[in-house]
Design a protein around this ligand. Sequence first.
Ligand SMILES: C[S@@+](CC[C@H](N)C(=O)[O-])C[C@H]1O[C@@H](n2cnc3c(N)ncnc32)[C@H](O)[C@@H]1O
Length: 207
Amino acid sequence: MDAAFFDRWSLEYDEDVIACDEANLYPFAGYRRTLETLLNEIQTKPGARVLDLGFGTARLTKKLYEIGYNISGLDFSPEMCRIAQEKMPKARLFCFDFSQGLPDVLKDKRFDIILSSYAFHHVPDSLKHERILEWYSVLNPGGMMLIGDIAFLNEHALTLCKGDVGGEWDEDEDYMVFSSLQPAIAHLSPRYEQISHCAGILTVHKV
Ligand SMILES: C[S@@+](CC[C@H](N)C(=O)[O-])C[C@H]1O[C@@H](n2cnc3c(N)ncnc32)[C@H](O)[C@@H]1O
């Protein structure tokens, strides 16, 4: 899915996603629980500097912005950027493709929270561990990386979901499979929590 796809989806995105979650359907079953869980985790670090990768309509980040968090973010859809900037006028938002790396302007910045909700599946599998290592490098000691997304503990769980949804399965997405990703980032001691049959959260703490 390219930026133009998300530009077109931006006005209906919130409604579509909530309806899918309420019906407990792939791909957004567990969406609100995932965002609530992320929010609760982040609130253990009041006023933190947050970098949100793929902020979309800023559904989650706006809540943090309103209670005093310092928000930076990347999203490659100009429409999503416009909507989010309107909701968070003082946030430092950049229209940028995060799958290839961080923009120069952020490489020397440091954050307490690296957040990504429902966007990591747009990073190709072959680049996922590289992105995690790069994002980890801009985390402050004591900081935390939280990636909530359509995700599975292992290939078996993914195959079960794929079988259940049949023709609805989106072959273009690279959903995170924790057991496949874990070896390349094992030295970061990642934790994974399954939130619904198709949603999960990867957490990495920086000591
Ligand atoms: C499904 S939406 C998730 C939005 C929001 N984080 C949420 O939880 O509702 C995915 C977002 O990631 C953005 N995105 C997808 N691929 C991207 C990429 N390669 N670089 C930057 N943004 C990307 C899209 O424009 C979209 O806003």
